[in-house]
Design a protein around this ligand. Structure first.
Ligand code: ZN
Length: 151
């Protein structure tokens, strides 16, 4: 990974999540789970989620391996998911997509991304975009499957 063009502070946050992934314990009985990989880079990510009585995310588990961008994105995502509903999660995913693809989202949207903002630099590295988006696209598939099982 050529990091030279990424901001130093952002690099530090990315490497911190990469070296010390948050929520790495696997949930044994999750309500929602998803996994997938990015064959272009060899990244693998698995996510588990459990909800509380009001359909807000209570616990998150994430395991994976691969490049620092994909793993940091998954770790940051896990932190962001807690306390949110699936609708809120999907809204954040859409903002993140806009940011990664260089669309103007406004400052208030950026705040919703929290630490995920550190990954906006990957838009300068098209080959890394799949890495950054991998955990989110896996989760989106998991949400669709979860929704279809409810019906
Ligand atoms: Zn990667």
């Amino acid at each position: 990974m050529q990091f030279e063009e990424l901001d130093d502070l952002y690099q530090d946050i990315i490497l911190d999540h990469y070296r010390s992934p948050r929520n790495s314990a696997k949930l044994e009985a999750p309500h929602l789970k998803a996994e997938g990989n990015n064959p272009f880079c060899g990244d693998e990510v698995a996510v588990q989620i459990s909800f509380d009585d009001t359909d807000h995310v209570r616990e998150v588990g994430y395991q994976g391996r691969g490049c620092s961008i994909s793993q940091a994105s998954a770790s940051i995502m896990g932190e962001l998911l807690k306390g949110k509903t699936l609708k809120e999660i999907q809204a954040i995913h859409r903002i993140f997509l806009d940011v990664i693809y260089g669309k103007d989202t406004g400052d208030s949207s950026l705040e919703d991304l929290g630490d995920l903002q550190v990954l906006k630099g990957v838009r300068k590295f098209p080959i890394r975009i799949k890495c950054a988006l991998l955990p989110w696209s896996i989760l989106e598939d998991g949400i669709k499957e979860y929704d279809s099982n409810l019906q």
